[in-house]
Design a protein around this ligand. Structure first.
Ligand code: PEP
Length: 251
């Protein structure tokens, strides 16, 4: 049985004091049976890390640069994240792919740097609405898997987030069946590229307008192992409502 993973991606939201309050609210009630993470903006990582110290909540980063150090103005390295207690890092989030225009080869370098540095890699994939309507969802997510290689060999440190672009921040989530179809396909791809045992251990989480009222049904799907949460992670109550749905799956 895979331990569900539920992580909040706070994006470019919160202030230092609201970030600390939110982190404390999450840490206070963090469930014991699922893995929980929060990814605040870079500038609040230190304060949030201190706010959740001693709790079960994992500190995460939303992005990173792949070089270890040097003349890369404005960038942050994996070692810097580790210095602040970061345990997981996203790569390939839809907003980095589609808003910031990050190309697949850069995402691949980042993903491998995150993994090689000893962090948990949360690799995000997902199709746009045009791609879904053109029936290209599975080829698109398969291509995004090409960003990963067999160097990523520990299934406990790879989490795949399936996040349809059209569902992120729109209030329109994938149906349970749509999510399960893609998750099952991704698990099959993992088995082909690595092996079945590896595929069975990797957590594949869903992201895209997940809320307490739809989380239970999504997580009831066999291959949905948790969630990556944007908007609903900005309030402790709604985030913990989703965590509670993950706990039910575990029970
Ligand atoms: C996300 O940004 O990863 C996300 C899933 O956002 P939201 O929950 O707001 O759709």
């Amino acid at each position: 049985m895979r331990t569900p993973f539920v992580a909040g991606n706070w994006k470019m939201n919160t202030t230092k004091s609201t970030a600390v309050d939110l982190a404390k609210g999450v840490a206070k009630s963090a469930a014991a049976t699922v893995d929980i993470g929060i990814a605040p903006p870079f500038v609040y990582l230190d304060a949030v890390g201190q706010a959740i110290a001693g709790s079960r909540v994992l500190l995460g980063a939303q992005d990173v640069y792949f070089k270890p150090n040097g003349a890369f103005t404005g960038e942050i390295s994996v070692e810097m994240l580790k210095d602040l207690g970061v345990r997981f890092c996203l790569a390939g989030h839809s907003e980095r792919r589609h808003v910031i225009q990050e190309p697949g080869d850069l995402i691949s370098l980042k993903a491998h740097a995150i993994y090689a540095g000893g962090l948990i890699l949360v690799h995000c994939v997902g199709e746009t609405i045009d791609q879904r309507e053109a029936d290209e969802t599975l080829p698109v997510v398969r291509r995004q898997f090409d960003e990963l290689s067999e160097k990523i060999s520990d299934p406990a440190r790879l989490i795949v987030a399936y996040e349809p672009v059209w569902a992120i921040g729109t209030g329109r989530n994938a149906t349970d069946a749509q999510a399960q179809e893609v998750h099952a396909f991704l698990r099959q791809e993992l088995a082909v590229r690595w092996n079945k045992d590896f595929a069975d251990r990797v957590r594949i989480v869903y992201g895209g307008s997940m809320k307490p009222d739809n989380a239970g049904a999504l997580m009831n799907q066999a291959d949905v192992d948790g969630g990556l949460i944007g908007g609903a992670s900005l309030k402790a109550d709604s985030f913990l409502g989703i965590v509670a749905a993950a706990e039910k799956k575990r029970a």
